[in-house]
Write a protein that binds this ligand. Sequence first.
Ligand code: AP5
Length: 209
Amino acid sequence: MKNIILLGAPGAGKGTQAAFIKEKYGVPHISTGDILRRNIADGTPLGLKAKSYIDAGALVPDDVVIGLVEDRLAQSDCNGGYILDGFPRTVAQAEALDRVARIDVAINVDVPFDVIVDRLSGRRVCACGETYHISTLGGDETCRKCGKPLYIRDDDKPETVLRRLEVYRQQTAPLANYYEAQGKLRNIEATGSREEIFADIEKVLDDLH
Ligand code: AP5
C-alpha cells in the first residue's frame, strides 16, 4: 500500500473516507485532530497546549503538530503505508513531511461551502471514534458500535466553523498547488454518497499499483 494524504476543508468527509480506506486496504489512519482530541481528553501537556487553539478554530502551532506526526510515522505499523488525515495543513508542515516521508498521492476531497456547513452542523461523534450525521440516525443518538451517547464536537459550533473554514482557505487550500506541482494531486468531487466518493478514491488508489 502507499502513503496517502487526504486534503480537504473541515467537514469535507476526510475522516469518513479514511475509515473506508483503512478497512479496505488495512493501513493505519493517522488523524492529527483525533490525536489532539485524545490528548485533550487525557489532560496531557500536549492536550492542554492544543485546547485553546482548537476551541478557537485556529491551527495548533506547526512545531507541535510536526513533532507528533514524525513520532507517529516512526512506528512500525506505518512501514506498509498510511493515511494522513488533517496533516499537513500548512506549507511548513508539508515541507517538514517531505523531509521524513515519501508521499505517493494527495487526494483532495472537494466539497462546496453549503454542503460543508450542513455536514458539520449535523455531525455527531462518539468517544470511541465513530462519526455520524444526524440525518442517518433516525432520532437515536447512540453509537451503533459501542452504545454510548453521541455528542457534538465543541469546534462544530457555527461561529467556530466559520473561523475554521477561513483558516482553511488561507492556510490549507494552497497545499493543493503544492502537491499539484509535485504531480501528486488527485481531485475528488465529493458531493455524492459516502460509497460513491469511496468508489472514486478506490480508482485513484488502484491506479497507483
Ligand atoms: P480535524 O479533526 O482534522 O478537523 P477538520 O479538518 O476540521 O476535519 P473534520 O474532522 O471536521 O472533518 P472531516 O473532513 O474529517 O469530515 P467527517 O468525515 O467527520 O482538526 C480539528 C482541529 O485540530 C483543527 O481545527 C486544528 O485546531 C487542530 N489540528 C488538527 N490537525 C492540525 C494540523 N495538522 N495543524 C494544526 N492544527 C491541527 O464528515 C463530516 C460530517 O459529514 C459527518 O457528520 C459525516 O457523517 C458527514 N458526511 C461525510 N461524508 C458524507 C457524505 N458523502 N454525504 C453526507 N454526509 C457525509
